[in-house]
Write a protein that binds this ligand. Sequence first.
Ligand code: IFM
Length: 473
Amino acid sequence: METQLDPIDTTSSAGLRASLAGLPASFRFGVATSAYQIEGAIAEDGRTPSIWDTYCHVPGMIENGDVGDAGCDHYHRMPEDVALMRDHAIGTYRFSISWPRVQPGGRGPINPAGIAFYDRLLDELLAAEIEPWVTLYHWDLPQELEDAGGWPVRDTAYRFADYALAVYERLGDRTSHWTTLNEPWCSAMLGYAEGRQAPGRTDFSDAIRAVHHLLLGHGLAAQRMRQAAKGPLELCLTLNMGHAYPATDSAADQAAARRADGMGARLYLDPVVLGRYPMDLLEDFAAQQITVPVVDGDMEIISTPIDLLGINYYSSHFFSGVDEQGRTTDDAGRPVVRMVSTGRPVTAMGWEIVPEGFTDLLVRLAKDYGLPIVITENGAAFDDVADERGFVADHDRIAYLASHIGAVASACRQGADVRGYLAWSLLDNFEWSYGYDKRFGLIRVDFETMRRTPKLSAAWYRDLIRSVQGKPA
Ligand code: IFM
């Protein structure tokens, strides 16, 4: 059953406040970014290539032939970006550390010039009274580790744990908020099964090996960081997912939704929270002669307790177990899991706008897994039109954000323990295989000049934050 949401009144602050009832007073509001998407400076201060530097330069991989070399030039404009956040009432900033910048090649000592950038960033954030939230891995694996086999290889998990501890030892004195991995589903499935992201490989059994080693790396890092912690430490794992609905009540569609939920959510949550892989998925893998490479003791490591579950939500989907020819299995004998369009409005990414799926997902996660949740990403790309000053009156993005923040509040009213919301993204940036055309920012970036211009949504979000905090707009 889908949740029906009351329409969110974005036009009056009283209407908005009513929609937001249920959010606790301590609720955090902020924004998120990732290193490769914004930093640029790919060959400065000792940084070595990541899998994304390599992948971008393979002709045909990125729309318009874009490359991530310059990003938003954040590496050189970081103080300006922090000032923009401060001026927009941002309370929490989630950013990621570039592994090949701080540990070139993915092993060995920390690069002093690389870590110095994050030292400066943390100091700048704290001076602006913005809470830093560090993500250790947002997809930029050092190329040397991919050359040695990448995430399908067990050793990569140990390399990640070494890197995580080294970074935590240097920066852990200034923030207690740490996410190990961002969206391991994307790293494993888009990177190793579908080839739509770096490193661009297409072997499903490698992707399943990658899932296990990503989770093992997460667990090892969590253990080592806990042991090293000298003060408070809030450990988080960030997963991306939507709510998987059956397209109809038929048994085939229900099985398809179960499988989609399994591959998108339970494959990660069950091992991390419950200490085991879902049996129904293991049976599906076995039917394809695929086994998860679990070694004795792995599941205890992977289920090292975490404090928060990070959820990145963009859309929800409806699934059918029958293909367009009426078959329930594909040519290889695998059960059909087909995403069905519902005709709802879509963002510039072509993703259907389903805020009620957000509520249903959060309520279900709270019930099945019981962990406190922070929304570590939510937002939308639209075809922004800038005026001659570079200003974008992005009412479509405001409506998206309002309905999704309202959906979070609705989940809180139904008992979900959601503690924060970080909008994706601070800046328009390099949207991976889609290049620079897909703009998710609250702040417009002119990629010719790198000039930043806050959009209407940035002012709207600032006023919303102030209103929730009971401060004058
Ligand atoms: O830009 C990405 C981000 O890097 C990870 N989560 C989804 C965003 C939008 O596609």
